[in-house]
Ligand binder design. Sequence first.
Ligand SMILES: [Mn+2]
Length: 391
Amino acid sequence: MQLVRDPTVKMNTIPFPLEKKHTPSVVYDTKSTKPCFSSLYSLVHSAIESSRKTFDSFRVATKLAVVRAVQASIEQKDQLKGVDTVTYLPRAERIIAVGDVHGDLRSLQEALRISKVVGAGSEWIGGRTLVVQLGDILDRGDEEREVLQYLEDLNVKASKHGGRVVTLLGNHEIMNVELDFRYVTPAGFSAFARKTNELEHGYNEKSVPKTYQEIINQLPDFMKARALALRPGGPTTIRYFSKSPVVLVVGDTVFVHAGLNNEHVAFGIDQINASTKNWLLGKADKPDILRGRFSPVWTRIYSYPNLAVDSEECKELCSALDKIPAKRMIVGHTPQSHINSACKARVWRIDTGLSSAYGGNIETLEITKKGVKVLKGKNKRASLRQERHPS
Ligand SMILES: [Mn+2]
């Protein structure tokens, strides 16, 4: 049933038969000649009257609660209107999870080749495989735009075979939409030259809202084109990021760039994705849930080395997973020398710093009904560089 809410009707003004007057069917006559009977009648009558009142108020309260619940669900639907971000997918035959890419197309392609989802000519050979890239495509490397376009094209190829490519949002995507360009390479700025923006995205400077125009005008010239493309509601943000979730649940596995705690789960996975999308589209402020070092795109609590099974972190993880409910969480964000698990394999840390910015090993994670398997490339890369910047 389609519920249509009349915006002029406020919750408190919905008419209820609250004051409906009750007329007793028998009028008690105080001058009755049968005082004993009369007083008994009075007692019974008042008892009936009082229970009727109790019933009436119960009925009204129930009605009110139902109406309020319907109202809340309509309001929530209003908020979520137009949100096509994927949050839940049914269990997939085969999932390949790929960690942080940081503008390195070749390493990404190698990761996909060792996972047998793309062939030598970048053709899709993955059949019905679902590829989940865990975010942080932007920053540190020069080929950000190439990676974004490659993954978009790959998804089109995959969909012809029943496969799919989903990219998540990492803290570096969030930072760039906030116009925090601390980790952008010089080529990363020139790749967004005004002409490229116009050619690739039909972007029109006149359509930029005044508030952003003012902020962008204050930036150095070499940053402006990137800022116009990546601001909330900017063409690159809309095209590549606005459909990306922060959290993706596939069957019994949760994918998130950094990690989900109980507070995030209580806030609601749908709500995290929806509020983030509204911000990316330029329709709302950045949601508070994305702020701070324990946010789903920033936390490192599940990525500490040697996490003990009875540690507070593992307890938090298991409790959050049980509430979703899900069996395991897959996270990137904090570089590891090899993909590894903790908390009795309920969290898998898959960011091996595979980009040239880190020079880590190229590894991916395969999830099938048989279980979880680490896939490794033939060439072992140089040992992971010391991390000096946020991942
Ligand atoms: Mn990160």
